[in-house]
Design a protein around this ligand. Sequence first.
Ligand SMILES: *[C@@H]1O[C@H](CO)[C@@H](O)[C@H](O)[C@H]1NC(C)=O
Ligand SMILES: *[C@@H]1O[C@H](CO)[C@@H](O)[C@H](O)[C@H]1NC(C)=O
Length: 186
Amino acid sequence: MSTPFLLLLPLIFKAILLLTVTVTQSEAYSTTTPFQGHDPEKLTHLHFYFHDVISGDKPTTIRVAEAPSTNSSVSSFGAVLIVDAPLTEGPDPRSKEVGRAQGMYASTDMKTFGFTMVFNLAFTEGEFNGSTVGLYGRNPILLKERELPIIGGTGAFRFARGYALPKTYKSVDKDAVVEYNAFIWH
Ligand SMILES: *[C@@H]1O[C@H](CO)[C@@H](O)[C@H](O)[C@H]1NC(C)=O
Ligand SMILES: *[C@@H]1O[C@H](CO)[C@@H](O)[C@H](O)[C@H]1NC(C)=O
């Protein structure tokens, strides 16, 4: 009995040492306290239309940068566009505005139209007036089914996470009306 036990002793010491270190570190690493006024157990479904207008004298979207090779690229690779576009209740741009999509997208796929989207969706109606969510992800605009992550939020959407499903409702030349269904856990 004594020989195996002696052989095991260094291992036991190491285990105790490791345990002590782990416990001390995890105590120092994080603490969780209740957050006043936040009940993170709601799933909100938002439905709205995004109006991306490049043409005409009232564009929502302006191209601010490109590479020398952008115009000869099949996917406008390298183009960067800045956006402040209305989000409306219906597909008609004159329908009630519920917020703004402010941000940018850039063509980041060499082979097909695929944009990297970096957006704040700032809501201006109802219980979400003044609240925002951060939308960030890859948008291969020619596909019928797309999905973008929602990676955070403010106001009613503090601690938000979720996803948005954009679907092109109508597109004429470079302008588009895009239907969004967003599911936000907050
Ligand atoms: C590329 O095309 C855009 C939009 O059609 C135009 O504004 C821009 O001047 C063109 N750039 C070059 C380098 O030709
Ligand atoms: C949204 O909030 C702003 C700022 O508090 C306020 O001025 C505006 O009237 C509100 N809009 C609606 C539709 O409640």
